[in-house]
Design a protein. Structure first.
Lengths: 172, 107
């Protein structure tokens, strides 16, 4: 991936990520999160993970964010009125985040592997010499990780039933 | 100037820190939920970067990491559905989404 494109999409993603936290209006936060996810999908596609990039857009920027917006509008949330800012929470959040960044920087400084450029892909063995990453993901998913895949199916069934029961008018 | 793995890990760490700060600072439960999604996506970004970095003997990225990302996205979608259903039920009972107004479990 072109480094300029990478930094453009990374800054877009981080900038709108900050906007998600900083906005007082929940609808504006949700829309900023959509742009943030689109930037992230662009980074995935730049890493040759086309399938992950596409489901990032379809599932996250599409389905999940529509659900968020739907609930925000359903509950008719107004922009938060300014409450007294909790100084302990502000200080704690800031300190923990900055400490986390220092931790990441210290780990990355002592990680010489990470300073190598990304290795080139060898596409000679593939039909048409093009990266068919959807087929590769599918083969890995169904051949090696078949059991977890079926367990995830059960998980989604349980989540569906759970949501139906939770949203009944009378919770018993 | 070429891109290295550290660039991706740094961006992923920054995204995680933003999400984490949001979870601690914000008081609206829906915004907190969105910030949790940001943190999950930061993990996804580093997994995909590791997948592309670890090119195997066949000259292709390591697809185990991308399958893990696929599972994370699936579980996150299910989690969002259940979480928002809980928030709607909570709003029906208390008419608020502000975490400081919901303290009946607080010691």
């Amino acid at each position: 991936m072109n480094p300029l494109l990478f930094w453009f999409f990374a800054c877009l993603m981080l900038g709108f990520g900050v906007a998600v936290v900083a906005n007082r209006n929940p609808v504006a936060s949700a829309l900023c999160l959509v742009v943030c996810f689109l930037g992230l999908a662009a980074l995935f596609i730049g890493l040759d993970a086309y399938f992950i990039g596409v489901i990032q857009i379809l599932v996250y920027a599409g389905a999940v964010m529509v659900l968020f917006l739907f609930i925000i509008m359903l509950l008719d949330l107004k922009a938060e009125e300014r409450r007294k800012i909790n100084a302990v929470a502000l200080l704690g959040g800031g300190v923990v985040s900055v400490a986390f960044m220092f931790q990441i920087a210290a780990v990355l400084r002592n990680f010489p592997e990470g300073r190598k450029p990304f290795p080139e892909l060898n596409l000679e063995s593939l039909p048409g010499h093009r990266l068919d990453d959807l087929r590769q993901v599918g083969e890995t998913l169904f051949a090696i990780h078949n059991l977890p895949f079926q367990v995830v199916g059960v998980l989604i069934l349980v989540a569906t039933i759970g949501v139906v029961i939770l949203s009944r008018r009378e919770l018993k | 100037m070429t891109l290295t793995l550290n660039d991706y890990l740094l961006v992923s760490g920054l995204l995680f820190a933003i999400g984490f700060a949001g979870v601690i600072l914000r008081r609206n439960i829906i915004i907190i939920f969105m910030c949790l999604e940001l943190m999950l996506n930061a993990a996804n970004l580093s997994l995909v970067a590791f997948s592309r970095f670890h090119v195997g003997a066949n000259g292709l990225p390591n697809y185990n990491a991308q399958v893990l990302v696929f599972f994370i996205i699936t579980v996150a979608a299910a989690e969002v559905a259940v979480g928002l259903a809980i928030i709607v039920a909570l709003y029906r009972a208390r008419q608020t989404t502000h975490v400081e107004d919901i303290n009946s479990l607080k010691f």
